[in-house]
Design a binder for this molecule. Structure first.
Ligand SMILES: Cc1cc2nc3c(=O)[nH]c(=O)nc-3n(C[C@H](O)[C@H](O)[C@H](O)COP(=O)(O)OP(=O)(O)OC[C@H]3O[C@@H](n4cnc5c(N)ncnc54)[C@H](O)[C@@H]3O)c2cc1C
Ligand code: FES
Length: 258
């Protein structure tokens, strides 16, 4: 467990907050795709922590940024934290997105609250000289986040359900054979229906990774509150713990139906 000091906390879109915090000691080694398990209150109510992805790490200033949607009681309590408050954080937790240094072009796909982890990933891929194209999807323009920040690392293609920003429809609208032919690998994070659609489109075309947004309890592999259907190492289908074995899995190992 680490204590962090909140240095900035602002609304960046409808119900979407950006929180930046500073490490009091050494900045731990964070990798893109990992998450923080944040205790949202000091009281006895809502003792459970809430998992939020790492969005951006700035080692020089020892700052770390998360971006989250106010969805229920836990994130509402988190949104009440002010500059100077201290946060009790477990992490970094979980498996990160592997970076393949031989790749030339990576396709990143984020939907809604699955967009934040794409920023640190895009930064690190671009830093290794890998060309990045990011497809982001939102309900509408009011929920759109991080487009400008992602644009610093490559082309960003936007889709919204209602057509109020970018192309109307789902992120898969952009996943044409032409674009897929250019990509060495894909990385996706978002709601299950989006990940399932991405998996279907990419199958047998491009290898990649899916980051699952399962509900969580302990966050460290003890309670089995986060299991998702997946292929096991022996080839059978079973359940794997998203908090510890994930949230990032090779795309072909995740089972959505059946
Ligand atoms: C590995 C991981 C990384 C995550 N990263 C982010 C992030 O970067 N930004 C962000 O905004 N959210 C992220 N989430 C989702 C976030 O943890 C939940 O939105 C949050 O825990 C909801 O807590 P609550 O008490 O506010 O809402 P609750 O009262 O618990 O739930 C309110 C609503 O949110 C839905 N919800 C709850 N948990 C999840 C979940 N895990 N995924 C999707 N919907 C959920 C519920 O179904 C309900 O509709 C992440 C989840 C995981 C597992
Ligand atoms: S949340 Fe407890 S095992 Fe994953």
């Amino acid at each position: 467990m680490t204590i962090w000091k909140v240095t900035d906390h602002v609304a960046i879109a409808d119900q979407m907050m950006r929180l930046t915090m500073e490490a009091e000691g050494e900045l731990p080694d964070y990798r893109p795709g990992q998450f923080l398990h944040i205790r949202v209150t000091d009281g006895f109510d809502h003792l459970l922590r809430r998992p939020i992805s790492l969005c951006l790490v700035e080692p020089d200033t020892k700052q770390l940024t998360i971006v989250y949607r106010i969805s229920g009681k836990g994130t509402k309590l988190l949104s009440e934290k002010r500059k100077g408050d201290r946060l009790d954080v477990l992490g970094p937790l979980g498996q990160s997105f592997p970076i393949h240094t031989g790749d030339r072009h990576a396709l990143l796909i984020g939907g809604g609250i699955g967009v934040p982890p794409m920023l640190e990933l895009a930064k690190q891929l671009a830093g290794k000289g890998i060309r990045v194209t990011t497809i982001v999807g939102f309900q509408s323009a009011k929920q759109a986040i991080l487009i400008e920040e992602l644009s610093a690392y490559g082309e960003v293609l936007v889709a919204t359900n209602d057509g109020s920003l970018g192309r109307q429809g789902l992120v898969t609208e952009y996943m044409t054979d032409g674009l897929l032919a250019l990509a060495d690998r894909f990385y996706a994070c978002g709601p299950s229906p989006m990940l399932s659609a991405v998996q279907r489109v990419m199958q047998d075309k491009v290898d990649g990774y899916l980051s699952l947004e399962e509900r969580m309890g302990c966050g460290i592999g003890l309670c089995a509150g986060c299991v998702h259907k997946a292929k096991l190492p022996d080839g059978t289908v079973g359940y794997r713990k998203v908090c510890k074995e994930g949230p990032v899995f090779p795309a072909q190992e995740v089972v959505f139906h059946g």
